[in-house]
Design a protein around this ligand. Structure first.
Ligand code: HBI
Ligand code: FE
Length: 301
């Protein structure tokens, strides 16, 4: 009978940065030299596996930025060196954190063009699914599009909007906007659907499901409709929203959210399986995937 210590010793540390000393803004030292060959190798396998699926599925800006930012140079990226490249393009930097940080801290970083990225990399048994965003989800999924000036302005505006939404008690509505665009958004590109959301980008299974599977709804983006729509966090999405361009997304979100928040206070929540009058329906999903009793979770994979 293995003792607890022996069992614990077998369990790889879930997140070896969990107890790293934190600065007041929750940033930590990435300590890039501490990554093991195993961890570098895992990044390379995740990277290669995702790129194989994403050619023809990810939006052009994403694929171009992966090269511009030299994410393909191999191994876990050194956030300082990556930030030096990114900063020259859009003024953004990537800052290491141990994991999720408090909302107000997160928004303050985004409002100041700093993207917080988890420093830990998922364990071998979490290759296809993990709860918390790890360095692969945050850097491979989120960072490339920060090299796009219009999109990175949207993320900065989201940070500023987040600080205001916290004060107005409307965070749940704003988090839905983030969820259905930054995490799970699709974009029309030369008449085809392409991926831009990081949650899809960093999950090979969802990269296929979101574009090809007949199960989910695919609806044209509408700001108020998105902010009324609840979401599920531990499986594929039942509904994906499609934007025409990052310019359209930024323009739609430049309005003063005050009156919008007023209308949302009296608006009912729309469930993700619903299609409602006024929806620009690109695909009325069969929802078959969600009828099966056992379907795999997608998470921040
Ligand atoms: N912290 N590190 C990190 N990454 C996130 O994506 C994140 C966070 N804290 C809060 C948060 N996201 C969301 O709750 C807000 O977007 C609402
Ligand atoms: Fe994310």
């Amino acid at each position: 009978m293995a003792t607890n210590a022996a069992v614990r010793a077998e369990e790889p540390a879930k997140n070896r940065y969990e107890n790293a000393p934190k600065n007041p803004d929750f940033t930590i030292d990435q300590d890039w030299n501490s990554y093991s060959a195993d961890e570098h190798g895992r990044w390379d396998r995740l990277f290669a596996r995702s790129l194989k699926v994403l050619r023809g599925r990810a939006c052009a800006d994403f694929l171009q930025a992966v090269n511009t930012l030299k994410l393909s140079e191999g191994g876990v990226p050194d956030m300082r060196r990556l930030s030096d490249r990114l900063e020259k393009i859009t003024g953004w930097r990537v800052v290491p954190v141990a994991g999720l940080v408090p909302d107000d801290v997160f928004f303050d970083h985004l409002a100041n063009k700093r993207f917080p990225a988890g420093a830990f990399i998922r364990s071998e048994k979490e290759m296809d699914y993990l709860e918390e965003p790890d360095i692969f989800h945050d850097i491979f999924g989120h960072v490339p599009l920060l090299a796009n000036p219009v999109y990175s302005d949207f993320i900065q505006a989201y940070g500023q909007g987040g600080q205001r939404a916290l004060k107005l008690g409307r965070l749940a509505n704003l988090a839905r906007l983030y969820w259905y665009t930054v995490e799970f958004g699709l974009i029309r590109e030369k008449g085809e659907l392409r991926i831009f959301g990081a949650g899809i980008m960093s999950s090979t299974a969802e990269s296929v499901f979101a574009l090809d599977d007949p199960s989910p709804h695919r609806i044209g983006f509408d700001l108020e409709r998105v902010m009324r729509t609840s979401y599920i966090i531990d499986d594929f999405q039942k509904i994906y929203f499609v934007i025409d361009s990052f310019e359209q997304l930024l323009k739609d979100c430049y309005e003063d959210f005050g009156p919008l928040y007023g209308r949302l206070a009296n608006a009912s929540t729309i469930e993700p399986h619903e299609i409602v009058p006024g929806d620009d329906v690109l695909n009325r999903g069969t929802l078959d995937y969600f009828k099966g009793s056992q379907h795999k979770a997608a998470g921040n994979g």
